[in-house]
Design a protein around this ligand. Structure first.
Ligand SMILES: [Zn+2]
Length: 466
């Protein structure tokens, strides 16, 4: 797989340059050497990913192709764009940094911001949450005496994401095939290892004043994990939201992540939205894409997200108490027209499933076999013996014709469970997946559903080509 990045070789170049820098006497020289080295590595990594993503028109590919440049978004506030944004807030006594982007883009963002503000002299680095595209540059920006501020749960989130990195990396690469094969190992580029010097707990806002500017940090959990921290500038009524809203505004929140992460809590999220509503922001600056500048649009969007989240939560809980099945609720629960909003990031039926399992765990109380380790696939061989693969494939093809792709997929699993290269079965599977993909693209347009279906279609096609 030559097209993918080989981190080992290029990080050697970075390591050599950084070690070189250590022989200079001043911290400034060391910092400069570190930035130069990471800049080269970062360019290489970004180019490779943009190249590999160029055949897809996904949201992720759009992020990778966002150019890195600095822009002024308000008086004294600068943003460096990229996969994720980095923000510098100028005060008369140095600057405060909010979010640090991807490790491979941090050096370019540093240089762009340095050019915009002149000399960089940081007092605080604020990290919105523990995801790699927000804390990636901390190790590059970090200097002696600079306060690193994060949510009180940051350490715990970073711990589990580090411990399960291999598992999550593989799942991410399945959805985003342009990612490098292996996570970076160089300590400046690798995920994790951030040690906050100041943490902010839920319901305990933290204030500080720097160079005449007031900064308020609010722990607002429930969005992209339990450790979401936002920055509020009360004098300007600007909210730096990190990933609190996700990539679109407004949108139905992503309670469930397909790459795998702990389920997020919708009640907590709605309560956090309530706190933002009380602030009445004039501008929201998310760490992906552009600032949102209309106070009217902001207030309407915040209330809609709060009400939609509560609606789906309450309907799920009511259905559980009424004795409905999970599958019934996944179909039945729909937002009323006045709360309708995009499901490109978070999908309502998956939120229903997540809320159910968050409260009631994986034992659905339906079948004895749920409690044991023998899956339904263990009798696929018996079914094949009884019905014969031709009859099963014919029946599955009839389901495809009748626009019942999921029934077709269930049946095809029986055949492919025994022989994963059965061409007739693979053809029917691919046809069924194509129906689902068309439905997804014409319907909710959920990015993750589309990534997954594309992966399964590629997989079926590769096996058909063998
Ligand atoms: Zn992000």
């Amino acid at each position: 797989m030559k097209r993918f990045l080989k981190w080992g070789a290029i990080t050697l170049v970075a390591a050599a340059a950084i070690i070189g820098g250590i022989f200079y006497f001043s911290e400034d020289a060391r910092q400069a050497a570190k930035i130069e080295a990471l800049d080269k590595v970062g360019d290489f990594a970004t180019d490779k990913m943009a190249d590999a993503a160029s055949d897809g028109n996904s949201v992720a590919a759009e992020f990778i192709n966002t150019p890195i440049r600095a822009r002024k978004i308000s008086d004294g506030i600068y943003q460096a764009t990229g996969v994720a944004n980095t923000h510098l807030i100028n005060t008369s006594a140095g600057q405060v940094l909010f979010d640090t982007g991807l490790s491979t883009q941090a050096a370019k963002q540093y240089k762009a911001l340095e050019e915009a503000v002149g000399e960089i002299n940081l007092s605080h680095i604020i990290v919105s949450h523990s995801h790699a595209d927000h804390g990636g540059g901390v190790k590059l920006w970090q200097r002696e005496g600079v306060e690193i501020v994060a949510h009180a749960e940051f350490g715990e989130e970073q711990r589990y994401l580090t411990e399960l990195q291999g598992y999550f990396w593989n799942r991410n690469r399945t959805l985003f095939p342009f990612m490098p094969e292996e996570p970076p190992t160089n300590s400046l580029l690798a995920y994790g290892g951030i040690a906050p010097t100041k943490t902010v707990a839920n319901r305990q806002p933290y204030w500080f004043e720097q160079g005449g500017v007031k900064f308020e940090l609010l722990a607002l959990p429930g969005a992209e994990g339990a450790d979401n921290l936002v920055l509020w500038l009360p004098e300007k009524k600007i909210l730096f939201s990190g990933d609190f809203f996700g990539p679109l505004f407004p949108q139905f929140p992503n309670i469930f992540t397909m790459r795998g992460e702990k389920i997020r809590k919708p009640v907590e999220y709605a309560n956090s939205l309530e706190k933002i509503i009380a602030l009445e922001p004039d501008m929201i600056v998310p760490s992906h894409k552009d600032p949102i500048k209309s106070p009217v649009k902001i207030m309407a969007g915040l209330k809609k997200m709060r009400d939609a989240t509560r609606f789906v939560h309450d309907a799920t809980v009511k259905g559980m108490n009424d004795g409905k099945t999970l599958e019934q609720l996944m179909v039945e629960i729909k937002l009323p027209a006045e709360l309708a909003m995009t499901q490109e990031h978070g999908k309502i039926s998956w939120a229903v499933k997540s809320i159910w399992e968050y409260y009631a765990t994986w034992f659905h109380f339906d079948k004895t076999t749920e409690l044991y380790h023998i899956p339904v696939s263990s009798v696929y061989g018996d079914l094949l013996e009884l019905a014969g693969s031709d009859a099963i494939i014919r029946k599955a093809a009839a389901h495809v014709k009748a626009d019942k792709p999921l029934q077709a997929l269930h049946l095809i699993d029986i055949v492919l469970g025994e022989n994963e290269l059965d061409k007739d079965a693979l053809t029917v599977r691919k046809d069924a997946l194509e129906i689902l993909l068309k439905r997804a693209k014409d319907g909710d347009k959920n990015s993750y559903e589309i990534y997954w279906l594309n992966f399964r279609i590629r997989d079926a096609q590769e096996k058909l080509n063998r």
